[in-house]
Design a protein around this ligand. Structure first.
Ligand code: FES
Length: 161
C-alpha cells in the first residue's frame, strides 16, 4: 500500500481529539505517527490550528525529535548499529552487505515501501555486537550468513501477505 494515500478523515479525527490542548502536542504527534507510520506534512497546519500554535512551532518539534518523521517509511525499518562496540566487531561490513542486499543507502526507503535503512549510534545491546534491529526485533552477533537469512525472512513475510 502506498503510505502517501493515507486516510485524511482519520487524521482530522485524531487532531480533533486534541483540540485546544496545547500541552499535548507531543502525544498528538506520536498518535499521528503511530497511525500512519509517519507525520504527513499536510497535518502540520491543522495541528497548529487545533492547538493555537504557529505551524513553525509544530515543524520545529517534529524536526527536533529524531523519532518523528515527515517521510513515509518502509514496512520494515532496519537500523544497523554503527557504535564503537559494533564497529570493532565489523559493523561496517554488515552495513555494506545490507546496503547491497536491499539496494538502499542510509536514510532511503525502497520504492515499494517495504524497507527503510537507517544507522544508529548505539542500539543499547553492545554485548551482542554487531547488532541491528528490524522494527522492534534485535539481531545480534551478526555475520554475513545471518544477515542474509534475516533479510530473507522479512522478504518472505512480504510474499506471504
Ligand atoms: S555499539 Fe552497537 S549496540 Fe552499542
Amino acid at each position: 500500500m502506498d503510505p502517501t494515500q493515507f486516510d485524511r478523515e482519520k487524521l482530522h479525527e485524531i487532531i480533533d481529539n486534541y483540540r485546544d490542548r496545547k500541552w499535548a502536542l507531543i502525544p498528538l504527534l506520536q498518535e499521528i505517527q503511530e497511525e500512519f507510520g509517519f507525520i504527513p506534512p499536510e497535518s502540520i497546519e491543522p495541528v497548529a490550528d487545533a492547538l493555537n500554535m504557529f505551524a513553525s512551532q509544530v515543524q520545529g518539534v517534529i524536526t527536533f525529535y529524531t523519532g518523528f518523521s515527515l517521510k513515509p517509511k518502509g514496512r520494515c525499518v532496519l537500523r544497523v548499529c554503527r557504535g564503537t562496540a559494533c564497529h570493532v566487531k565489523g559493523s561496517r561490513s554488515i552495513l555494506r552487505l545490507v546496503k547491497k542486499e536491499l539496494g538502499l543507502e542510509e536514510g532511503e526507503t525502497s520504492p515499494d515501501y517495504q524497507f527503510t535503512l537507517e544507522t544508529v549510534a548505539c542500539l543499547g545491546a553492545c554485548f551482542l555486537a554487531p547488532t541491528m534491529m528490524v522494527n522492534r526485533d534485535y539481531y545480534g552477533r551478526l555475520n554475513p550468513t545471518k544477515v542474509t537469512s534475516v533479510l530473507g525472512e522479512y522478504r518472505k513475510d512480504k510474499e506471504d501477505d
